[in-house]
Write a protein that binds this ligand. Structure first.
Ligand SMILES: NC(=O)c1ccc[n+]([C@@H]2O[C@H](COP(=O)([O-])OP(=O)(O)OC[C@H]3O[C@@H](n4cnc5c(N)ncnc54)[C@H](OP(=O)(O)O)[C@@H]3O)[C@@H](O)[C@H]2O)c1
Length: 307
């Protein structure tokens, strides 16, 4: 029984009656009781054995896929049936990602590349187009953080931050655009709560992420007539390697995460999978009418004010 109805399954009749069952169950549920139409997908799935995943037939290019948010996103896309081109510099971490996806081995290809290098960016787009046939989704998660104020940030630190966090995002969007336009695809950039709110002591990082937000909004308007959507996610503190790679030792990082219980209204830092979930939603057809948003996934942090 399913919500008051007796559901006849494939086992009861065999595969040759599949189409008849599909039609008759649809007729029965729509004509006899319209209120039950919402259960149709579930019932049809049980009748036909159709387990189509939400990104089957789609190709996703993901930068920063060796670690943290990019890695979780790559795994989530693979699990949902997408073909994934995973890009980062650290080859051993990329190989371990591939190992973790070995039950879907044909779906993932890893590519060692530095997003600041034009040759590597072109190699990335070429691989997506030539090896997978085209790119439907571009997720840009590669990024770094470093401390520095208006008084002590050096020119080199500033340029490095802009190069990795902003210039590469702009350039990869440009290079991917012909394929995205052809396939009516979309882009999800990984920004930060620091893109929308000001924080002292990480000046260049905040400016780079504010740039990503505005790049997202402006390009979304420019690309909407072509049917290409552009969105960004703005995480609060997420447990990854970002801060430790940016110079925090283990003790300071533990303290920082403890402090995050107070700075995030929901009482904790986030995890990469929670950000990946939002990225997948924005990249999916369920978000077909969403473009130009910079969407917080931060336990409420962007809503807080210092008191
Ligand atoms: N964790 C947070 O609290 C937080 C909050 C808000 C926003 N974010 C943003 O989320 C994104 C992902 O960061 P994460 O937290 O997941 O940190 P993570 O664990 O350190 O991952 C960063 C990724 O970026 C890659 N990367 C860095 N420089 C690169 C370069 N030049 N070329 C290619 N790949 C590069 C790294 O790979 P390789 O080292 O292998 O190249 C790694 O895969 C970043 O844009 C970050 O700003 C993070």
């Amino acid at each position: 029984m399913y919500q008051g109805y007796t559901v006849i399954t494939r086992q009861d009749f065999g595969d040759n009656l599949k189409n008849f069952l599909k039609f008759s169950s649809f007729y029965y549920l729509t004509v006899i009781n319209r209120r039950q139409v919402s259960v149709l997908p579930t019932i049809l799935k049980s009748l036909t054995g159709n387990t189509m995943k939400s990104f089957e037939g789609k190709v996703a290019v993901i930068t920063g896929a060796s670690s943290g948010i990019g890695r979780a996103t790559a795994k989530a896309f693979v699990a949902e049936g997408a073909k994934v081109l995973a890009v980062a510099r650290n080859t051993s971490r990329l190989e371990s990602l591939k190992d973790e996806c070995k039950s879907a081995a044909g779906q993932i290809r890893v590519l060692a590349g530095d997003v600041t290098q034009e040759g590597d960016r072109k190699k990335t787009v070429d691989a997506g187009v030539k090896e997978f046939g085209g790119i439907d989704i571009l997720v840009q998660a590669a990024g770094i953080i470093a401390n520095g104020t208006i008084e002590n940030t050096t020119g080199t630190q500033w340029n490095d931050m802009m190069d990795i966090n902003l210039n590469s995002v702009f350039r990869l969007m440009q290079l991917t655009l012909p394929s995205l336009t052809e396939r009516k695809g979309n882009i999800v950039n990984v920004s930060s709560v620091t893109g929308t709110r000001a924080f002292p002591g990480i000046l260049a990082y905040c400016v780079s992420k504010a740039g990503v937000d505005q790049l997202t909004r402006c390009s979304a308007l420019e690309l909407a007539p072509k049917g290409v959507r552009v969105n960004a996610v703005n995480p609060g503190v997420v447990v990854t390697n970002l801060h430790r790679n940016g110079g925090m030792d283990e003790a300071s990082y533990a303290k920082f995460l403890e402090h995050s219980k107070d700075t995030h209204p929901l009482g904790r830092a986030g995890n990469p999978e929670e950000v990946a979930d939002l990225i997948l939603f924005l990249a999916s057809d369920k978000a077909a009418w969403i473009t130009g948003v910079t969407y917080s996934v931060d336990g409420g942090r962007a809503q807080t004010c210092f008191r």
